[in-house]
Design a protein around this ligand. Sequence first.
Ligand SMILES: CC/C=C\C/C=C\C/C=C\C/C=C/C(=O)SCCNC(=O)CCNC(=O)[C@H](O)C(C)(C)COP(=O)(O)OP(=O)(O)OC[C@H]1O[C@@H](n2cnc3c(N)ncnc32)[C@H](O)[C@@H]1OP(=O)(O)O
Ligand SMILES: Cc1cc2nc3c(=O)[nH]c(=O)nc-3n(C[C@H](O)[C@H](O)[C@H](O)COP(=O)(O)OP(=O)(O)OC[C@H]3O[C@@H](n4cnc5c(N)ncnc54)[C@H](O)[C@@H]3O)c2cc1C
Length: 636
Amino acid sequence: MEGVDHLAHERNKSEFDVDAMKIVWAGSPHAFDVSDRISKLVASDPGFRKDNRSTLSRKELFKNTLRKAAYAWKTIVDLRLSEEEAAKLRFYVDEPAFTDLHWGMFIPAIKGQGTEEQQQKWLPLAYKMQIIGCYAQTELGHGSNVQGLETTATFDSQTDEFIIHSPTLTSSKWWPGGLGKVATHAIAYARLIVGGREHGVHGFIVQLRSLEDHSPLLGITVGDIGMKFGNGAYNTMDNGVLQFDHVLDVYSIAFASIAVMLWVSQVTCEGKYKQSDVPRQLVYGTMVYVRQTIVADASCALSRAVCIATRYSAVRRQFGSQNGGPETQVIDYKTQQSRLFPLLASAYAFRFIGEWLKWLYADVTQRLQANDFSTLPEAHACTAGLKSLTTTATADGIEECRKLCGGHGYLCSSGLPELFAVYVPACTYEGDNTVLLLQVARFLMKTVSQLGSRLSSKKPVGTIAYMTRVEHLMQCRCGVQRGFAELSADLVEAAVAHCQLIVVSKFIEKLQQEIPGKGVKQQLEVLCNIYALFLLHKHQGDFLSTGCITPKHAALANDELRSLYSQVRPNAIALVDAFNYTDHYLGSILGCYDGNVYPKLYEAAWKDPLNESVVPDGYHLYIRPLLKQEIRTARL
Ligand SMILES: CC/C=C\C/C=C\C/C=C\C/C=C/C(=O)SCCNC(=O)CCNC(=O)[C@H](O)C(C)(C)COP(=O)(O)OP(=O)(O)OC[C@H]1O[C@@H](n2cnc3c(N)ncnc32)[C@H](O)[C@@H]1OP(=O)(O)O
Ligand SMILES: Cc1cc2nc3c(=O)[nH]c(=O)nc-3n(C[C@H](O)[C@H](O)[C@H](O)COP(=O)(O)OP(=O)(O)OC[C@H]3O[C@@H](n4cnc5c(N)ncnc54)[C@H](O)[C@@H]3O)c2cc1C
């Protein structure tokens, strides 16, 4: 029945202050207020409906995305939303679109790597969306290997201009979001050539389309790369292909007389290349920025899937009826708990590691401005490793949540197939997860060689086993006289272990803070212990081989996990309510707040276009002749 809370009995079991936990999840009372207000604004506006996406063709889907993006911008302008509120609105609209890359990469790249003059010229236009930008780095032939990019940018000192060119098919820019049909400008990464000498990959601001009629400029060939995984999903995004045919990049900026996108290098009017004495890897700064945001995004995506699976696991009953009584809620099965509750704990763990990484990134950015590069290697290793760890765990976790919902999890109306299809490229974009773990492994090798065996003593006591595991895994590999490449698969495992150590230790540090609200800290302690003991159980071979735990410890840890699952059980619904997701944002009948699943599933089925007629289109052409033929055969 509508209006009845079918999960009220679950909510009444809660042993902690859910409203206080909502503040913890949001990060602060202010953050909660903004999220709560904007999510409800989006949910209540039919202009942002998203329940029809799976029935649209690619062109209809894309045009609808353009409509929504324009509508979102109008809403932002009309309501005079702040930058924070506008970002939240785009988040709750929940549709991959060109605006992600305009706001999420194009603008940050100019802010992070542009000179003062370049920022003064381009940022006002970008903030007003009078230009729409994309981040064009990856090419058909190279994505992971940035130093392998082939696009060239040759400085012509006669005209004080750059000539941007795609010398080969494989140098075609390929994948950049927003590039295919919308972006008017790109930050294009190309090999800088001055006076016949090459100076590596740099970023350039290049106009792609006319601001009058949106037609591609002379020398620009641009389009969409075609359908991607899933039906709706990321097909709302125009990932594009771009070729330059000796394009004159005429954006000369007074300061350096050309548009080299970097405060770390300039080309003077006399055609001299000046490399500042800063690490060349600062050219990768935008990727580092996005990787740290992707960690926070992982906690959002995983928490959405866990919210759906937890609520449905409390609604779904299967087997176990005693004397005609109700069947057992599947959330009460120990197997369901052992699959679901570690994912609930991971969602919270990733939330807090995302908060810490945001601090680390802000700290390293501040240091860079003072030419202090001391923490840059650690910041790179942490953003790379934690992006890899959290996106892999989240993609796997969303799929596990689909399976936790049985057959109905496979329905589009569960929200899980779409969530999975939109999320999984996160394991690839902003750096293939294995390639990024290799960077962490390289950092660990260097650290071990510099510090000897102890990677760091700066960890809370509770993580000694985790720290010893990393050291052991590294010693086993570093001690062996074989090259990095030969041992890379093993070193990647050590890199994962190192990142898990960071997540566990930051969760423990979070619990050492003042956390208001009845029972809130206690619930977080239970989730922290579940996260740590679940990983210890999953990787117990590593821990046993280090000798820092015995088989008895491993058995005790497993017993403790079962006990912890029992402690979470009465609070599970309240813990996912704390995410404060609207039904609109969740986009899931299985995860609806009131738990009134079956009537909603049944109603939704009849809305499918296939049910517009009781006899399907094609019956008379194909089925009837078939049946008639069978009848004739049967008479033989
Ligand atoms: C807010 C966000 C909102 C919106 C965005 C929305 C969602 C995102 C959705 C889609 C957008 C997707 C965009 C993209 O995918 S953009 C393209 C991403 N591409 C990559 O990530 C490429 C990955 N490859 C690399 O980063 C580099 O090629 C790699 C680091 C793998 C190798 O670089 P290179 O060959 O130059 O260096 P090495 O020889 O390996 O190392 C030399 C040295 O430099 C250090 N290093 C490397 N990278 C960095 C860095 N980023 N920062 C600092 N230091 C770095 C490395 O550790 C070595 O140091 P040392 O050992 O001391 O010599
Ligand atoms: C949805 C989506 C959106 C994207 N958006 C953008 C964008 O806006 N702008 C942009 O510039 N790019 C974008 N990209 C491209 C993305 O950044 C690249 O696809 C990503 O960096 C991976 O590079 P690759 O495709 O070359 O993979 P590859 O490196 O070719 O990976 C293929 C396999 O090779 C392995 N491998 C590669 N190198 C090594 C090594 N040294 N050692 C061991 N194994 C290795 C990888 O682990 C992987 O298993 C996007 C991609 C996707 C899927």
